[in-house]
Design a protein around this ligand. Structure first.
Ligand code: EPZ
Length: 421
């Protein structure tokens, strides 16, 4: 098993370039299944979730070529199956987007239920509700979802989501874009990666409007043609580096960001004492490492992202005073990392949806385990600041979503090594 070994105490200096957004890439790559032609996708992050997804698409018959670092050419004209390899599907969470894409293109799909980060119960009832509203017969059990056309066939419809769901919004968009008629998704998620998917599909000839608002409208088209599209920068990867500098101290230029996407994160870190300078596509973050307490409540975009909960919790664990962190998307997300942080000396009291974090002057290095992607990232931040050496195990979770993490942190002056047993 591989692990990171981190010697804490170094401030972070220099510049880091953010990769393409994981949560946009894992929606856009399956969307290429809807296109008869070549899709040239740029700024694709080289992370394990993406590599697994591309393996799944190739196994279905897609022609995949790596044109340059971060540039993938996909041709899904000749897809030979609507039953993706279950072993690969179970290796990641976003493989469930194959349901919407295969249903949208071929009007059928037989997809194993996904794996991925299990920090909470992650139902897909809203995805199923959407497929059924579009006219699909849904046969599901604890292992598979099998989708076929219902008696009336598949056509556009109005769907009002019972809960704001990124995954359901994406999956319904994928299923609807080639169906006759109009589909309206109400109570839709507004995350940047929803807008990015809509922009990708529209570049290929779709008619989607309202992405980024709570009502997304899709007018079905006959077919989509190939084209070129660049994925947006990863808001959460960028936020993770901003939190790392805020906690460790330093002065770093974070390149390839969309400052608008970062406002929900920088505003909270600024409250804690970090300083920011915004440029067109970069943010400079400065911190002396001495932070003040604050209160955070996670919310769907444009609120403070749940995917930054663990990272800002580390900042709170080191801040002066008592902070409150309330989770409104996944109630059980705290358990992925708070025990591990406590073994490093953090004082975190979990009370239902809220964690009360009493800041400490110092954390101590320890051997800790990542239990999910963002929890693992938070443990790396804690190791960068802690006194002594921190060993982070189960780093496969982290490498699902952070491209070249050790290389990027080392370039900023961190003392971090990847050890392969
Ligand atoms: C996406 O997960 C992200 N994953 C998650 O990021 C992120 O935490 C989450 O959105 C919220 O922003 C990807 O984009 C691949 P949801 P998703 O559907 O789509 C409930 C990371 O770290 N719900 O928006 O699974 C659900 O239980 C990952 O990059 C239903 O009840 O999240 C949750 O409470 C972790 N029924 C809430 O909605 C459904 O059918 C939001 O979930 C679907 C969701």
């Amino acid at each position: 098993m591989a692990r990171y070994e981190i010697c804490g105490g170094n401030p972070l200096q220099g510049s880091v370039t953010i990769s393409g957004a994981k949560n946009a890439a894992v929606a856009i790559l399956p969307a290429a299944l809807l296109v008869k032609g070549k899709c040239r996708v740029e700024n694709v992050p080289d992370i394990s979730d993406v590599r697994i997804l591309l393996d799944i698409l190739a196994d279905l018959g897609a022609d995949i070529r790596y044109e340059a670092p971060g540039v993938v050419l996909l041709d899904c004209t000749n897809i030979v199956s609507t039953h993706p390899n279950p072993e690969l599907v179970r290796k990641m969470r976003a493989s469930y987007y194959l349901m919407g894409a295969l249903l949208g293109r071929f009007h059928k799909a037989n997809v194993a239920l996904p794996g991925g980060c299990n920090f909470a119960s992650r139902p897909i009832d809203q995805h199923i509700k959407g497929f059924a509203a579009l006219g699909a017969d849904v046969d599901e059990n604890e292992d598979y979802v099998n989708l076929t056309p219902g008696p009336g066939g598949l056509q556009g419809n109005r769907i009002s989501l019972d809960v704001v769901s990124v995954g359901a919004t994406v999956n319904i968009m994928l299923a609807a874009v080639l169906l006759p008629g109009q589909t309206v998704i109400e109570n839709a998620a507004k995350e940047p990666h929803i807008v990015d998917l809509a922009n990708f599909l529209n570049t290929m000839g779709a008619h989607i409007s309202g992405a980024g608002t709570d009502t997304v409208k899709i007018r079905g088209v006959e077919s989509l043609q190939g084209g070129t599209y660049g994925i947006i920068p990863d808001q959460i990867e960028a936020g993770t580096y901003l939190a790392a500098v805020a906690a460790a101290g330093g002065n770093v230029l974070v390149r390839n960001v969309i400052p608008k996407h970062m406002e929900c994160i920088t505003s909270k870190l600024e409250e804690m004492g970090a300083k920011f300078i915004n440029y067109d596509d970069a943010i400079r973050v400065q911190s002396d490492g001495r932070l003040q307490h604050t209160t955070v409540k996670t919310r769907p975009y444009p609120g403070f992202p749940t995917d930054m909960q663990a990272q800002i919790c580390v900042c709170m664990a080191l801040a002066e005073g008592i902070s409150r962190l309330t989770e409104s998307v996944y109630e059980t997300r705290f358990f992925g990392y708070c025990t591990e942080l406590a073994s490093m000396g953090a004082d975190i009291l979990i009370n239902g949806k809220t964690a009360i974090v009493t800041g400490q002057k110092q954390l101590k290095g320890a051997t800790v385990r990542a239990h999910d992607l963002r929890a693992g990232a938070a443990l790396v931040i804690a190791g960068l600041v802690a006194e002594g050496t921190t060993r982070v195990e189960n780093i496969h979770f982290i490498e699902r979503g952070y491209e070249r993490l050790v290389e990027k942190l080392t370039a900023l002056g961190a003392d971090i090594r990847r050890i392969e047993d």
